[in-house]
Design a binder for this molecule. Sequence first.
Ligand SMILES: [Zn+2]
Length: 267
Amino acid sequence: MTDLIKLALAILLISGGVAFAQTAPKRSITQISGDLYRFQNNFHYSVFLVTSQGVIVTDPINADAATWLKAEIAKRFNQPIRYVIYSHDHRDHIAGGEVFANDGAVVVAHERAKGIIIGENRPAAPPMVTFRRQMTLELGGGVVELRFVGRNHSNNMIVMNFPGQRTLFAVDFIPVKSVAFRNLPDSYLPEWLRSLAMVERMDFDTLAPGHGKLGTKADVTAFKGYMRDLYTQVLAQARMGKSLAETKAAVDLSKYQSWGQFKNWRT
Ligand SMILES: [Zn+2]
């Protein structure tokens, strides 16, 4: 092989490798506890519960991810998917719901999510069953308690409690050891703080977030402290008539500087 051909091959391999790294999503299934599993698609996560009568899945994330998950569940557990539950209406978590709905899975979400999903044309199967405050789903001995805990991040966020596995799935409004996303899009304050207090009073051990590592109830308390510090300090500046620039300079959240994204998102 001439050096020129070797070089050409090396460039092909390198560029092919880069393209692969950019396009191949990082996907995994890991056991949380008992029959409850965590599904990862790059930076997004959901959970699913396997029972003797079928599987309850949650956020599909996107159509490709859901297609992959459906095939993996069929291969590993040989059970049909009976329910798909959306945490909230945002497309980066619920796109691809039709992958499960077209096979007969029942789509469940908060009642406010339905109108938004249809009205905003989200690329996801619309909810077929909705609720306002809470709902319990039982399937093949498995239980998931769905609860609306007030407006926080979106006006239709629900939490999903799996009492048999002592695990709570909560998306986007309780980051684990991380500050809140950038400019707090689609957010409701101070109701968010009340939401966190409600979740604190719920009975679970493991917190499964929609992004990042698993946590515990202590992470709910820690994040509530962060949001309260942020809210009260910004409010104090606003009440003094300070400008946005003055407020940014005055707010001191340095006790959270070890948290994820502190440098990138604090401002
Ligand atoms: Zn969201």
